[in-house]
Design a protein around this ligand. Structure first.
Ligand code: ZN
Length: 241
């Protein structure tokens, strides 16, 4: 088969191979973004659970303090009833002191409850904010996963098409130059064949000797870039106006 035909087929093959590369890149940053979002979600979710446990602890303390208040209230009632049964001033004073002690205790406990209520409100607000954040993150994860699934679905279809084209094309190309192309493409960031562009190699952009440019244009033998080894194709002539 003439060199020119092989070169044309190789260029076609190059387009297909770059197509595979393009498809591979379409997933882009999505998988990375999704895993970052999931990490963030888990962190916030753990935080949320910790805050919810905190609420339980606060409520338990409230119940405990309320119980203590009830006990003190009962005691006061009892002392008040005893007031009518005492006969000496001393006993009366003693009861009054007890009542005052319990009243002071209740006052302190009520203050503690108020502090706990304030703390609980604060934590509940944090929970509310965090729940909104985790909900938003989950929504973002869902959207990105959907996008990725759609991309992958399209990629599979496109890859199938390219694979079919490639399988049809490869047997038509001279085996020796195909091996060379494969080798160069592998080491050359997928570029095995390139057009001369402004007297430079289209793959590595190294300037070419004028004689090389002329030889490439003749297309009667394979010419390789002396720098990156890419198989060289002549520059596309500017279209006539
Ligand atoms: Zn080159």
């Amino acid at each position: 088969m003439p060199i020119r035909k092989n070169l044309e087929l190789l260029e076609e093959l190059q387009k297909i191979d770059l197509g595979f590369e393009y498809i591979k890149n379409t997933r882009g940053k999505l998988p990375e973004q999704i895993s970052e979002l999931k990490e963030d979600f888990e962190l916030k979710d753990a935080n949320l659970n910790a805050l919810k446990s905190q609420i339980e602890v606060i409520e338990k303390s409230q119940r405990k303090i309320q119980g203590d208040i009830d006990i003190s209230s009962e005691k006061i009632k009892k002392y008040q009833a005893q007031r009518y049964e005492v006969s000496t001033n001393k006993e009366y004073e003693a009861i009054n002191t007890e009542v005052e002690t319990q009243e002071q205790k209740i006052e302190d406990l009520e203050k503690q409850i108020l502090d706990l209520i304030a703390e609980e409100e604060e934590v509940k607000k944090e929970i509310e904010d965090l729940e909104k954040e985790t909900k938003d993150i989950q929504q973002e994860i869902d959207e990105k996963e959907k996008e990725l699934a759609e991309t992958d679905e399209k990629s599979i279809k496109d890859e199938k098409k390219l694979t079919k084209k490639r399988e049809k094309l490869v047997p038509e190309i001279d085996a020796k130059i195909l091996r060379k192309y494969t080798r160069v493409a592998k080491s050359n960031n997928r570029v095995g064949i390139a057009r001369v562009t402004k007297s430079a190699c289209g793959a590595c952009f190294r300037k070419l000797m004028p004689q090389v440019v002329v030889d490439v244009r003749a297309m009667d033998r394979y010419i390789f870039c002396s720098s990156c080894s890419a198989i060289l194709l002549p520059e596309i002539e500017a279209e006539e106006a």
